[in-house]
Design a protein around this ligand. Structure first.
Ligand code: DX5
Ligand code: ZN
Length: 230
């Protein structure tokens, strides 16, 4: 049920392919790929050509393929969303405030054969979700302001995760609830208790020499019975 999605934003960019294989071998479920345009967010990262080059590396030694989870922090969204789908993305998430036509962008991502996600900044309400939930495969709650790895978890995100969980459950749809920003071994449990099922972690994993140890420690935290089920 739980998915751990290392963010390669904190990986060694000089050897991204090896880094992706290492976290895959360590037990990662998805590879989280942060796209920043120095316009929607104050940082500039990697584009569809890098996604295409990394795609064959998103695999474990036994041949299991890991979904490529593309998080677009760009404006405008549509042409890049399509480009990432064609480059091999499995999921493409965007920020609704970055798209002039949220419904259209969601449709366009699905039409390309990808799963579509909506990402909500710490200061953004979930209101839009109600109107497009039938076209959403993933809700991404930002627990930092997007743009950089290594920031601290913003506590108010917990309340928003709970709210998103209620909306998703009420819809009866199969929608993943992903949280991104400041997730560590010592808070992943609390984030799961709030209702998240998918956890992005960048600096917590790539900032340590032993990726296996971090992923194992996160799994151990997640293996405890859920507090909200008690
Ligand atoms: C922030 C990115 C995150 C980032 C998370 O804008 O969307 O995916 O890499 O990094 P950590 O886990 O270090 O907060
Ligand atoms: Zn991200």
């Amino acid at each position: 049920m739980f998915r751990i999605a290392p963010s390669i934003l904190s990986a060694d960019f000089a050897r991204l392919g090896d880094e992706v294989r290492r976290v895959a071998a360590a037990g990662a479920d998805w590879i989280h790929f942060d796209v920043m345009d120095n316009h929607y967010v104050p940082n500039l990262t990697i584009g569809p050509m890098v996604a295409q080059a990394l795609k064959p590396h998103c695999v474990r030694a036994d041949g299991t393929r890991l979904p490529l989870d593309v998080h677009l922090m760009v404006q405008p969204v549509d042409s890049l969303a399509q480009a990432f789908c064609k480059a091999g993305a499995d999921l493409v998430s965007f920020h609704p405030d970055a798209s002039a036509h949220v419904d259209r962008t969601l449709q366009l991502i699905r039409a390309e054969g990808c799963q579509a996600g909506l990402a909500f900044n710490p200061g953004m309400p979930l209101d839009v979700l109600e109107w497009v939930i039938d076209k959403v495969d993933l809700v991404l709650i930002m627990s930092v302001n997007p743009g950089f790895g290594g920031q601290s978890f913003i506590g108010s995100a917990l309340k928003k995760i709970e709210q998103a969980r209620r909306i998703i459950d009420a819809s009866g749809r199969d929608i993943r609830l992903e949280v991104d920003g400041g997730i560590k071994v010592d808070n992943i449990r609390q984030v799961a208790d709030a209702g998240a099922d998918t956890f992005v972690a960048g600096s917590a994993i790539f900032g340590q020499p032993d990726y296996d140890a971090v992923v194992d420690a996160m799994r151990a935290e997640l293996a405890e019975p859920l507090a909200r089920a008690a």
